[in-house]
Design a protein around this ligand. Structure first.
Ligand code: FRU
Length: 468
């Protein structure tokens, strides 16, 4: 039987201990990819929010560094927690925080969440800076730098564009993203706002705006991503808009319906890397792999929360003139991989793959001519399985975790996810990344993606593919 310790992923990042949620301050500098993240230094549920820190040379192996930004008490008996935000490299020392000519200063722009005895009173944007590549930080002594006197105003994402700093930041309850500009990161001028469209069922958090290359062309479009959630509701997810940003205003293309970044329940608060090397044109995002609906109940022990695989992004223009987000995972080489092409008779006969453990990659190409509906059963044993199923007539791919193992820790956990994946040239391609307690499915080379947590109760790496 599985021990809670067996749920720790092998090729996804999870904190050594304690609670984590959103990735923060994703930034590249001098051969290091930094991952800061929402972290509770004192326990494995949400609280005392601070920024933890890890670095990686390749987005694959991570080294844990000491806590970067800790919560602090204020003179008036309130306290400030360090909520989500971003980090930029201030190579021109526009902020004046560094020695003249120093090119490697980091500035963190975070939400200063003020609370009294746990009751939030204010959210504003504040700065911290580091002259040693994120190892030690100082808070700016004139914080906050952007304050609208609001209780909900958060998650600044700052980037460099046309010789200025730009910020997108959310007014969660108004389904609005404000866009600001600055020369020095300290004074912010409001440029425009975007919102009140797409999915407004929940609050808007963690906005980001970035330029994405269009495949097969030398053009780019801008993508606005938003995370939508509220505790006590059963859906958390990310939506995106494709459009144009002229330096002041983001204008979304006309779109039909809501566009999901990920169709699973466990992909949230993703933001892009800042300051990527010039030869990396594709933005890279990573997300928190959990859901506010049950995040503090997941049955891991000692730590809680983990991140998705980093994903490289591009856009693809379809024949009807619509841009689609394409996501390609960045994965460790050498993880156990099974590559299989199956046709109708192979599906009918079925195949049982004895996997070496519960951490692997399945690379399936299904030739659909004359095929019947089929299923891929993961973590399969007499009693349970996480079931991916494809319906030929509707092109629907479903992922069912209602019998995936331990589902009882929260009533909202058992769920069935659905995404539409039309075949390409008569084929369906599935890249299924299984890693002890997470399944990330990239369909047709990343046109549609689904991320779900699962908690099987048996140590058995069996995957069964077939019509039954
Ligand atoms: C998103 C979020 C952010 C906030 C942070 C607090 O998951 O709610 O809006 O900054 O988590 O931990």
């Amino acid at each position: 039987d599985i021990e809670p310790g067996d749920y720790r992923p092998a090729y996804h990042y999870s904190p050594p201990q304690n609670w984590t949620n959103d990735p923060n301050g994703l930034v590249y500098l001098d051969g290091e990819y930094h991952l800061f993240y929402q972290y509770n230094p004192q326990g494995d549920t949400w609280g005392h929010m601070s920024w933890a820190h890890a670095v990686s040379p390749d987005l694959i192996t991570w080294e844990e560094l000491p806590l970067a930004l800790a919560e602090y008490p204020n003179a008036d008996s309130t306290e400030t927690m360090i909520f989500s935000g971003s980090v930029v490299v201030d190579s021109l020392n526009t902020s004046g925080f560094f020695e003249p000519g120093f090119k490697k200063g980091m500035v963190a722009i975070y939400t200063s969440h003020v609370h009294k005895d746990g009751e939030g009173t204010d959210q504003h944007q504040s700065l911290a800076y580091s002259a040693d590549k994120g190892r030690t930080w100082k808070y700016y002594d004139k914080n906050p730098v952007l304050d609208l006197g609001m209780k909900d105003f958060r998650d600044p994402s700052v980037f460099r564009y046309q010789g200025k700093w730009k910020m997108v930041v959310a007014k969660p309850k108004e389904y609005t993203v404000l866009i600001y500009e600055s020369d020095n990161l300290k004074e912010w001028k409001r440029l425009s706002e975007f919102g009140k469209m797409g999915d407004m069922a929940k609050i808007w958090e963690c906005p980001s705006l970035f330029e994405v290359p269009v495949e097969g062309s030398d053009t780019t479009r801008w993508v606005m991503m938003i995370s939508s959630a509220a505790k006590d509701t059963d859906f958390t997810g990310m939506q995106y808009f494709v459009g144009n940003f002229d330096g002041k205003r983001f204008k979304a293309d006309k779109q039909r319906g809501v566009r999901r970044v990920d169709y699973g329940k466990d992909f949230y608060a993703a933001i892009p890397y800042n300051n990527l090397p010039a030869d990396q044109a594709k933005p890279i995002i990573l997300g928190w792999a959990s859901n506010w609906a049950y995040a503090d109940k997941t049955p891991t022990s000692g730590y809680r929360g983990m991140f998705s695989l980093p994903r490289q992004l591009s856009l693809k223009l379809d024949s009807s003139g619509v841009y689609h987000l394409i996501q390609q995972p960045i994965v460790r080489k050498g993880i156990s991989t099974k590559t299989l092409t199956m046709k109708a008779p192979d599906l009918k006969a079925g195949v049982i793959l004895k996997m070496d453990g519960n951490s692997y990659h399945l690379n399936l190409t299904i030739e659909l001519a004359e095929a019947e509906n089929f299923r891929v059963k993961l973590f399969s044993n007499e009693k349970e399985a996480s079931i991916l199923a494809y319906d030929i007539a509707t092109n629907q791919l479903t992922f069912d975790r209602t019998k995936s193992g331990n589902i009882a820790f929260h009533k909202k956990f058992p769920s069935v996810e659905i995404m539409k994946v039309p075949p390409v040239n008569g084929e369906l391609k599935l890249d299924i990344y299984v890693d002890n307690s997470i399944v990330e499915i990239f369909a047709n080379n990343g046109v549609a993606v689904l991320t779900d947590l699962v908690y099987p109760t048996k140590k058995k790496g069996e995957a069964i593919i077939g019509v039954n």
